[in-house]
Design a protein around this ligand. Structure first.
Ligand code: SF4
Length: 431
């Protein structure tokens, strides 16, 4: 049997994936990149977490989901500053249940965006966010800019599906009609196909963007180079951009991790706004996890804050740095954590990861990750987009419906259902 489905390998959420099934076995797939293929192969791999377990003074023992949820509720209610973290690889439905859970236990809910692409919400609140859908980019963009991002690694089908190669309504000549600009500190994969590659010095993004804004305003620079880039080249780039019809700037972690952090993005957003005085320009995040952007939308619509939301005051409160997970962990404030679809023990710096191993951890995951191996309570989840349905927001904030096409392993529920069960347990304990 053949199914058309969506790949959740990254936030591009490619919706043209074909899967051939024989019973419960995937026999072939079409249109997946290697990254997505890996996700589909892993679905039936040996590294699946299949049974809930709890860890106590007697060691680790397998338990029923009900018992694991009961213990999770106990841990979260007993903690003073529990943090619910992850959520970028969960459906919107799970994220909504997570916000309920945080509210019930008076905890903090935060997603992985707070250490990467969440910066867009702070930058956008100061300078606005000129955005477009990927469909518009495909149909209109004749300037494509990758800034600190290499889709060859992170979003392998980005160029072929939306930005560079496809022929759109107003871009009938496809690649020949578009000009590709890459700003990076090294020659990346996408840099090799760029019409203009700007190799800038590390940590100089802010200076470069500021210089480009000045050039756009017609000012003359009194230096030959900015951030290692010739002023003449910058003048040429600005002139070319002004003469084109539609520009799409895709920024990645290279911009956000460079000195200046979200201020770099704020400056880039201002440059993009200013370009709109001459032509149409938009900016889009190259978000990583498939529903990172979704969490920010859901959290903002329910609580008014996109991330790092603290319910300990009985009303939502957020102050990035004060109520975001990594910083709270650093200060030793977190006394229990609920981790869903994330592996901080592997991905956090060793100093922070060590702090995590000293507090009770409730983990919901599909796989036996390092964080699962250290969990106090672990609960297996179905894989969203393969074994469980739901909604996720693509990198351009377009909601995409995910449908399940395989049955999850016996007794394994979706992360949304597991979170709802814990919410019920917490409510019962409180009454
Ligand atoms: S680009 Fe991303 S969403 Fe598309 S197939 Fe590859 S991993 Fe999946």
């Amino acid at each position: 049997m053949r199914f058309k489905t969506v790949c959740t390998g990254c936030s591009l959420l490619c919706d043209d994936i074909m899967v051939d099934l024989e019973g419960e076995r995937i026999v072939s797939t079409f249109n997946l990149c290697a990254h997505g293929e890996e996700k589909f192969i892993k679905a039936r791999g040996t590294e699946r977490l299949l049974k809930p377990f709890v860890r106590d003074s007697n060691g680790v023992r397998e338990v029923s989901l009900d018992e694991a949820a009961e213990r999770a509720a106990e841990i979260l209610l007993n903690a003073e500053r529990p943090v619910l973290w992850g959520w970028s690889s969960s459906s919107i439905e799970a994220q909504m249940a997570g916000i309920e859970l945080a509210r019930e236990v008076g905890g903090i809910i935060d997603n992985t965006g707070s250490i990467c692409h969440g910066a867009i919400w702070f930058a956008a609140s100061e300078s606005g966010l000129p955005m477009a859908t990927l469909g518009e980019v495909m149909n209109r963009a004749d300037v494509v800019v990758y800034w600190g991002s290499d889709p060859g690694h992170s979003h392998p089908r980005h160029l072929s599906r939306y930005s560079v190669l496809p022929r759109g309504i107003y871009t009938q000549s496809g690649y020949e009609q578009r000009r590709v600009y890459v700003f990076d500190i090294r020659r990346t994969r996408v840099g090799k196909i760029a019409n203009t590659l700007i190799e800038l010095e590390p940590n100089k993004d802010y200076e470069l963007i500021t210089a480009m804004r000045l050039l756009l305003k017609g000012r003359k620079l009194r230096v030959d180079k900015v951030a290692g880039v010739s002023t003449k080249i910058l003048e040429k780039v600005i002139q070319e951009w002004k003469e084109r019809d539609f520009g799409a700037v895709f920024y990645g972690m290279g911009l956000l991790a460079s000195r200046g952090k979200y201020r770099n993005l704020e400056a880039l957003l201002r440059l993009v706004w200013e370009m709109n005085e001459y032509t149409r320009f938009v900016v889009l995040p190259m978000a990583g996890h498939f529903n990172m952007i979704g969490f920010n939308h859901v959290a903002a619509s329910v609580t008014s804050y996109p991330l790092g939301i603290d319910f300990s005051r009985h009303i939502p409160y957020s102050n990035p740095g004060e109520t975001t997970f990594a910083e709270m962990l650093q200060r030793g404030e977190v006394d229990a954590a609920f981790i869903i679809g994330s592996n901080p023990l592997l991905n956090f710096p060793a100093k922070l990861a060590r702090k995590l191993t000293r507090i009770p951890l409730v983990v919901v995951d599909c796989f036996k990750t390092l964080t699962v191996k250290h969990a106090t309570v672990a609960m297996p989840a179905a894989i969203t987009g393969i074994e469980a349905g739901g909604v996720a927001y693509r990198m351009d904030s377009v909601p995409i419906i995910l449908k399940e096409f395989l049955n999850p392993p016996e007794g394994v529920l979706s992360d949304a259902d597991i979170t709802r069960i814990i919410v019920e347990k917490v409510r019962k304990r409180k009454n």
